[in-house]
Design a protein around this ligand. Structure first.
Ligand code: BES
Ligand code: MN
Ligand code: MN
Length: 463
């Protein structure tokens, strides 16, 4: 294969401008106010895929947002790569914390990205990373170097749980048949420390309600005599971790896979600076489960975190009141073998049971998904590893991530194929946060590396 370097250098400005146009559309799947923008984004993705060389592209309508499916089949006897990505983005708020408007992309230099980074919601998660695949396809088709078949499945509901994608996949197994699934929706350790994501955590997301008296009460007249739902809720939440930061829900750890000493020693070889980690977050110390390192805590261990908590009076000044109800949203990140539905039930039973008399507790499950781990002794992983080695000049490190892409385990179940997670983002790119950005270098490096994956994968499959 010829090096894509020259083609990328010649088309760099256009590649950046095309992505910038895509980032201008606020495709927030969680907020119905943006529904027309989400639909417009699906059309833009369709056009981009056709321009990049797909033979056919269709917009598949669902009960939610559409799935864009495109393909280029050059020879049924050759292997097929299925690319998955998402064109929806997280809400941008709190808007006041952005240094530049989230849907007016700008390129600015940062310490970590001296060649500039594109600041916009979705730049890294996942429009920028998804678009690398579109441009990699363009390179391969325009220079006549596509070595195998390729299918694209780009959805618009990843950030809200991928409900309709599951149905689509189950109903279109033949159409989606492939030899390997390729996703860029994760990260790597650093620009000079390439890594390939070999695991994702599962997720159980619940909302809880604690209800006390039937109305808000005067905190003087009733305070001390009735259960205050906010006091109770915070006490119940606090009791979910013990003094070692272990989660106290009975049965929670039953299926957690304990890694061997060797596996943990292997993990510990990945370069990591605790001081740098703390400095980047402006914290004096890390915090977490006793007996595990920071990198273990955020990848191979399950967690429970409150994502939001509300109730009572939060307006200006003081109001003396005991609220009738208090609420919280809680996420549990799970590791392989923990079943998200089982964990949701364990949580529900425990939370209802640990409530004191005088309040009623309601647990509402939101969404969830299973975790995923991929072995590294497969053709897919080895091809990806060789691709990184070619373009980074270094062998990538396999690394399990703490994030979740719940649909990945479903792909394996329904389509029987493994997923390779070639992420080019950095943890510091602030995905889901204000000032999300994606390094220009990372974007172009992705476009450069992806064609090598196709090349090595096809070669290794043939032999
Ligand atoms: N791309 C992320 C997941 C991710 C990011 C995995 C970085 C590994 C490294 C994805 O878009 C995401 O945000 N997933 C959600 C779960 C989903 C069900 C809303 C998550 O992890 O919170
Ligand atoms: Mn994503
Ligand atoms: Mn996301």
């Amino acid at each position: 294969m010829n090096s894509p370097k020259e083609y990328i250098a010649q088309n760099k400005t256009r590649f950046l401008n095309e992505l910038i146009e895509l980032l201008k559309i606020p495709s927030v799947s969680a907020d119905p106010a943006f529904s027309q923008d989400v639909l417009n984004t699906s059309k833009a993705v369709k056009t981009a895929l056709l321009d990049a060389g797909c033979d056919t592209v269709e917009i598949y309508e669902t009960e939610g947002y559409p799935i864009v499916y495109g393909e280029k089949i050059i020879d049924a006897a050759l292997p097929t790569v299925l690319v998955y990505g998402h064109y929806d983005v997280q809400p941008a708020d709190p808007l006041e914390l952005w240094d530049s408007p989230p849907y007016e992309p700008v390129i600015k230099e940062t310490e970590i990205h001296p060649e500039g980074a594109i600041f916009a919601r979705g730049s890294c998660d996942d429009k920028g990373q998804m678009y690398m695949h579109v441009k990699a396809l363009e390179y391969m088709t325009k220079t006549d170097q596509l070595p195998c078949n390729v299918k694209f499945m780009i959805e618009g509901e990843e950030e809200v749980g991928s409900d309709n994608l599951g149905i689509y996949v189950a109903n279109n197994k033949e159409k989606l048949a492939n030899d390997i699934i390729l996703i860029s929706d994760t990260g790597m350790i650093a620009n000079d420390v390439p890594s390939i994501t070999t695991g994702l955590r599962g997720l159980s997301y619940v909302e809880v309600e604690v209800k006390g008296p039937n109305r808000d009460l005067h905190s003087g007249l009733y305070g001390g005599a009735v259960a205050n739902p906010i006091n109770i809720l915070t006490k119940m939440i606090a009791s979910l971790h013990d003094e070692n930061n272990h989660i106290t829900i009975p049965g929670f750890y039953d299926k957690v896979e304990e890694l061997s000493t060797e596996e943990r020693a292997e993990m510990a070889k990945a370069p990591f600076s605790l001081q740098g980690y703390q400095d980047a977050l402006d914290i004096e110390s890390v915090y977490g489960e006793k007996g595990y390192t920071t990198n273990e805590r955020n990848s191979i261990r399950p967690t429970l975190d409150v994502n939001g908590i509300w109730g009572g009076y939060i307006g200006e000044g003081a109001k003396t009141v005991i609220a009738s109800k208090a609420y919280a949203k809680i996420s549990m990140r799970l590791v392989p073998h923990q079943d998200w539905e089982e964990i949701t039930t364990l949580f529900q039973v425990h939370f209802e049971q640990c409530a004191p008399k005088g309040v009623k507790v309601k647990v509402t499950p939101h969404h969830g998904g299973q975790g995923y781990v991929t072995p590294i002794d497969t053709v897919g992983y080895q091809a990806a590893s060789k691709a990184y080695e070619t373009t980074f000049g270094k062998k990538p490190i396999p690394q399990r991530s703490g994030g979740s892409i719940p649909i990945v385990s479903l792909f394996e179940e329904e389509l029987g194929s493994k997923t390779i997670l070639m992420g080019f983002g950095l943890d510091s790119d602030a995905i889901h946060s204000p000032n999300e950005h994606f390094g220009v270098w990372n974007y172009l490096k992705g476009i450069e590396t992806i064609p090598y994956f196709y090349h090595f994968f096809t070669e290794m499959k043939k032999s």
